[in-house]
Ligand binder design. Structure first.
Ligand SMILES: *Cc1c(COP(=O)(O)O)cnc(C)c1O
Length: 448
């Protein structure tokens, strides 16, 4: 579409047309077809700003669900894709390989916790989790213990939307009731406690220890999100719990899977959240910010022990292989994104964002319908006492020029790392205004 054409259209008519067309045919995440919930057509995005088709600009508080750490339309990342495009956009990974994949695998091995030395590329986060779970199952089959095929998982977790990944998500928010007869039955324990920065007491670890005692002979692995539970509740928990989980898994002969898809690449203030506890998992998943939000790509990393056992056992191969595995464009932009991150003062940036979030969101603390305000790394969460009514709340954020996408009782921010203090202040002020107005306009908060 040319600039002139857009100029002569009355504002909003193009987007209205798009909205009508897509209502008939396009399904959005966790939504009904033809839903009346607002969706906003985006024309372009640059830096920390989304530009809507109607010309309105929004400061992005979501980094497109944890991904866009360097901001949109970054010249270095654009160049990495363009350069790779000149060589090849894609090539199958069965029997063929390429430089971007090998470099990325080497880089991930170097940067992730010690002991993770083998990399399996996937085409999304959920598939990285599927691969991790299958690795754990195949490891025990190769060890002659095929009965170890269930998973232990804390409540409030989120690991993706495919069926096996769903089976280890929080049973309530993961709608296990709806899928009862379809999902594999896993073993659940309470959410990890205590909160981040607090010392774990023995009673915090009791349920984990009991579950491992009771179920070790049927458990392939414990799967959890290290330190930050994302979409299952946006909670931050003690690194002591993670440290204890490592020790207890070792003692009970159960593998530990750390899902770093949300936390990886600096978001919590460490490159990987496992570093808060100084532990290495047996299997680790990454995704989301891996490509700086440019392409869909995931990876499952594991140890020589797990990879070697699977490769030497029966059937001697790891039974997985996505069509778009290690897509060259995605690997090339991931390499560029990681380099960009490591060459930037990312720790200082995240610390500054954390400070800005703490200061900016603080006024929410005194509101009676706010249960808690918490900040870790570049993540800020305002937890309300009741779920927000998205139909009313979403336009309130857009009217204030910010893109914030609450879910349930959670209004949260995880901005791109490049966000400047003035934009961050606009973002947090938008959250404070909208959340404050929820008390004034009775009924915006629907009952829980
Ligand atoms: C987003 C997410 C996933 C799923 O990744 P997709 O790319 O959406 O399939 C899995 N685990 C965690 C912790 C996530 O945040």
């Amino acid at each position: 579409m040319s600039w002139h054409f857009a100029y002569f259209l009355p504002y909003g008519s193009l987007s209205a047309n798009l909205q009508q067309r897509e209502k008939r045919a396009v399904w959005h995440p966790y939504s009904a077809l033809g839903s009346d919930l607002p969706v906003y057509p985006v024309r372009s995005a640059r830096g920390v700003r989304l530009q809507l088709e109607n010309g309105r600009e929004l400061i992005d508080g979501m980094a497109s669900w944890w991904c866009v750490i360097h901001g949109y339309n970054h010249p270095v990342l654009n160049a990495a894709i363009e350069s790779q495009l000149g060589d090849m956009a894609h090539v199958m990974f069965g029997g063929l390989t390429h430089e971007p994949a090998v470099s990325l695998a080497e880089r991930l091995v170097e940067l992730t916790p010690d002991g993770l030395e083998a990399v399996f590329f996937t085409d999304s986060g959920s598939v990285a989790v599927e691969a991790a779970m299958k690795m754990a199952i195949q490891y025990w089959i190769a060890r002659g213990q095929p009965g170890k095929r269930r998973f232990l998982s804390p409540r409030n977790g989120y690991h993706g939307d495919t069926l096996h990944a769903m089976s280890v998500c929080d049973p309530v928010t993961g709608m296990h009731g709806l899928f009862r007869d379809v999902l594999p039955q896993q073993v659940f324990i309470g959410r990890p406690e205590p909160g981040f920065g607090q010392a774990a007491q023995s009673h915090h670890l009791q349920e984990l220890e009991q579950a491992l005692d009771q179920h070790a002979d049927e458990l392939a692995a414990l799967i959890l999100e290290p330190v930050v539970q994302g979409a299952g509740g946006m909670r931050f928990y003690s690194a002591d719990y993670l440290k204890a989980a490592r020790e207890l898994c070792d003692r009970h002969g159960v593998l530990l899977i750390a899902d770093e898809i949300a936390t990886g690449f600096g978001r919590t203030g460490r490159l990987f959240a496992c570093e808060h506890a100084g532990i290495s998992p047996d299997i680790m998943t990454v995704g989301k910010a891996l490509t700086g939000g440019y392409m869909t790509l995931g990876a499952t990393l594991t140890t020589q022990t797990v990879a070697g056992t699977i490769s030497e056992g029966n059937p001697g191969v790891f039974m997985h292989g996505p069509t778009f595995m290690a897509n060259p464009l995605a690997c090339a932009v991931a390499n560029a994104s990681i380099e960009l991150l490591l060459d930037s003062p990312w720790q200082e940036r995240i610390e500054a964002i954390g400070k800005g979030l703490r200061a900016g969101l603080a006024p929410c603390r005194s509101l009676s319908h706010v249960a808690e305000v918490r900040v870790l790394g570049a993540i800020g969460v305002v937890e309300l006492t009741a779920p927000v009514d998205m139909q009313r709340v979403q336009p309130m954020f857009v009217d204030r020029g910010v893109w914030v996408r609450p879910f349930g009782r959670l209004v949260y921010l995880m901005p791109p790392f490049i966000m400047q203090p003035n934009d961050l202040a606009t973002l947090t002020a938008g959250v404070v205004e909208v959340v404050s107005s929820l008390t004034e306009n009775d009924g915006v908060c629907a009952p829980d």
